[in-house]
Design a binder for this molecule. Sequence first.
Ligand SMILES: [Zn+2]
Ligand SMILES: [Zn+2]
Length: 215
Amino acid sequence: MYRSDEGLAIIDPGYTGSVRAVLRFVNEHVRGRLDWVILTHHHIDHAGAAFALCQATGARLAVHRDDAPYLQAGRPRNRMTLWGIAERLPARLASYVVSTAAAESRLLDDGDIIAGLTVVHGPGHTPGSICLHSASESALFLGDVLNNERGIRTPPWTVNHSHRRARLAPQRLEALRFERAYFGHGPSILAGADRYVHDFLTRRRLVPAPAIAQR
Ligand SMILES: [Zn+2]
Ligand SMILES: [Zn+2]
């Protein structure tokens, strides 16, 4: 959850089954209106609960325009196997998802500001993967551009739309300052987070990975 003068946002509410837990959290902690449900990308472990949460709270959905097509029926096929679960959505449910999304969503572009957060487009994991940066709070929400499951790293090639681009995406983060980092997977870093991310990027440059060398 992210609160700013420009509104209150939930980022990546999680799997479909987490709706009730997220709603409970919202009811306990949100005084006033939930304005936005922002998705760092379309994968179901981040986006599954988004539509139900928007319906229940009246919040609007926001997603990068390059990932928006994946939230609609007839979406492009995705190479990530996990998403295959949702590819088998019953047709009626799929049409419900589309009508909800079409009416409500805001399409994000690189550099946009939403609820006080700046959109940093980092395509690769999915075409519309983004990070969300707050300069005033010195915080970065990384989605799946980097994870922190066994140290900081890019997601494995098996889950990336374009592994080559996914390896390049975090390079942009070098220009950002952020004390705290929140990952889609793995523990948050609550102090000196940008140092850890910059160290990772520097180390990787010293030992170029074959995936980048081959192109
Ligand atoms: Zn993902
Ligand atoms: Zn994920």
